[in-house]
Design a protein around this ligand. Structure first.
Ligand SMILES: Cc1cc2nc3c(=O)[nH]c(=O)nc-3n(C[C@H](O)[C@H](O)[C@H](O)COP(=O)(O)OP(=O)(O)OC[C@H]3O[C@@H](n4cnc5c(N)ncnc54)[C@H](O)[C@@H]3O)c2cc1C
Length: 507
């Protein structure tokens, strides 16, 4: 029987996994232990999330208002990409979280190109870019917690998020916490892990071990030596410089989207929290040196109302890629231990949520069932990592920028599946048929937003005139909703301040 689950690692992955499993199985005989090294700090970045985080937090059982208060959280309504298409000052587009009006009902891209080719696709089919540009929150004071008027995820302080989840896991969910270093692994004869040896708490036995040890990948990578599939030949970024900067004043607007601004050999993320901005330059060390990357970061900060003097940015290095398998014997890796590509589109925590949810949903009752679940898990997540690669690469291959080797090189390495899709999309829009799994990482709507946002145009071979009136109705609906929501939704900072002071109505 699988009764004891031992999680190693107290970063966002470890605590999200512990929270989900413990909440789902509360009251059962399942026992969840989390071991966290007091000597190795969590990575401390990872501040952009998807709308899925609302479901995850609700499932774990926290209060959304407490989350806003304790994690310095703000709303995220999508991403804004600056200078990705041609590098010009006025070059930007949105990838909002709300699906296009009429998505799935009508061929919106075809009618957009026929009727309104000069309006950015997302601006025509969705009200959300307009909410972002106008600094509006995605809900009202009376909207209950975790509910939305406009779909949203969060920006959060990664360090505070871990502490917040830990408190909830220990106080409300009965997770057993062991602050210690794992220094050895004891195995059964068949190769399963029997116990983890800690420095001061002895051996901790279990039936299932979850590796959330970050880039060390202590159990899956180091112990089991499951091969790492590098993606550096496709996605070149392997370094980041991260820094936290203050606002010019306490009432400065909080952006409700992540901004991503393309640079000569990478891009800069800009995430607005209530008390500060988190800004970082992600770049390819093969294309630019650290000094030049830092100079670009500093220039960006001064150009966007940041201070002249900033703390020394923190350097992070990573090898983009993922493991050949994620669940091996009685060990499953979740988080950076399973893989990491780069922060573009913030898919890492979403994959953590999906992984933890699948472990919890499919929790094998016995060792005999575990290999079957493991095989399904590996198949599902290999597919998901491949889709992450395709979707991230889409941003790079469509860029018209040719101002550096980085941008030129990026067009030379296109994964075969993405190439096939681009061939299809020359004459039709991305559709649900291209991504037809139940839980796709990115829906075809996301591909439409990025594809057409990046300046791609399809040559539709068989225009369907009958769709014109239908599409026109949806375009008008999006415009009407924009008007209505701009009139009804509060300022982003105003709502966050209200939530912190007064809380939110429970559902
Ligand atoms: C530059 C950058 C930007 C990012 N931005 C985003 C973003 O915007 N959105 C997003 O979704 N993701 C982002 N990510 C990814 C995100 O940071 C991670 O997915 C997330 O923080 C989860 O990390 P983790 O818990 O797997 O690892 P970590 O935070 O590294 O935690 C590892 C844990 O393992 C413990 N540990 C290690 N060895 C031992 C041992 N021997 N014994 C006991 N404990 C041990 C450590 O103490 C630590 O608690 C970003 C990553 C990078 C590098």
């Amino acid at each position: 029987m699988v009764r004891r689950i031992v999680i190693v690692g107290g970063g966002s992955a470890g605590w999200l996994t512990a929270g989900l499993i413990a909440a789902d199985h509360q009251g059962s005989s399942l026992h969840v232990t989390l071991i966290e090294s007091p000597d190795i700090a969590p990575i401390g970045v990872g501040e952009g999330t998807w709308p899925s985080m609302r479901d995850t937090l609700r499932r774990i059982g926290v209060s959304e208002a407490d989350f806003f208060r304790e994690c310095d959280a703000s709303f995220k309504q999508g991403s804004r990409f600056n200078r990705w298409v041609n590098g010009a000052d006025n070059d930007y587009y949105f990838h909002p979280f709300v699906l296009p009006q009429g998505y799935g009902e009508v061929n919106l891209p075809e009618q957009w190109q026929a009727q309104h080719p000069n309006i950015p696709f997302a601006d025509l089919v969705s009200y959300q870019p307009h909410l972002c540009v106008n600094g509006r929150a995605p809900k009202q004071v009376v909207t209950p917690e975790f509910s939305s008027v406009a779909n949203y995820g969060y920006h959060l302080d990664a360090g505070k998020f871990g502490a917040f989840l830990r408190k909830h896991c220990l106080e409300k969910l009965g997770v057993h916490y062991v602050p210690d270093n794992v220094v050895g692994i004891a195995s059964h004869d068949n190769g399963d892990i029997a116990a983890l040896q800690t420095q001061t708490h002895g051996a901790l036995e279990g039936e299932l071990f979850i590796d959330c040890t970050g880039m060390q990948s202590l159990l899956l990578g180091k112990h089991y030596e499951v091969p790492f599939i590098s993606q550096k030949h496709v996605l070149y970024n392997d370094s980041a410089l991260a820094v936290q900067i203050p606002y010019p004043d306490d009432n400065y607007p909080i952006a409700s989207q992540t901004s991503s601004t393309a640079q000569s050999a990478g891009w800069i993320w800009d995430i607005g929290l209530p008390t500060r901005r988190g800004v970082g330059h992600v770049y390819s060390s093969a294309h630019i040196g650290d000094d030049q990357a830092e100079a670009e970061l500093r220039r960006y900060i001064t150009a966007t109302s940041g201070p002249q003097d900033i703390p020394q940015p923190r350097k992070l290095s990573f090898n983009p890629g993922y493991r050949e398998r994620f669940w091996h014997r009685n060990c499953v890796a979740i988080g950076l231990s399973a893989g990491f590509i780069e922060p573009l589109e913030a898919s890492a925590l979403a994959l953590v949520e999906m992984s933890a949810a699948m472990v919890s949903d499919e929790l094998p009752a016995t060792r005999a069932a575990m290999d079957i679940v493991a095989q399904r898990f590996n198949e599902a997540f290999s597919y998901r990592w491949e889709r992450v690669i395709d979707f991230l690469k889409l941003h790079y291959v469509l860029s018209q920028r040719r101002d550096s080797d980085y941008w030129r090189d990026n067009t030379a390495t296109v994964p075969e599946r993405l190439n096939d899709l681009l061939t299809l999309w020359r004459h039709r829009a991305p559709s649900r048929n291209d991504f037809n799994r139940i839980e796709e990482v990115f829906p075809s709507a996301s591909y439409q937003y990025v594809l057409y946002g990046m300046g791609f145009r399809s040559e539709f071979m068989n225009p369907q005139p009958r769709q014109a009136a239908l599409a026109d109705g949806y375009f008008r609906e999006a415009a009407a909703l924009t008007h209505k929501m701009l009139g009804a939704l509060p300022d982003n900072r105003e709502l966050i301040n209200h939530i912190k002071r007064h809380g939110l109505q429970k559902i």
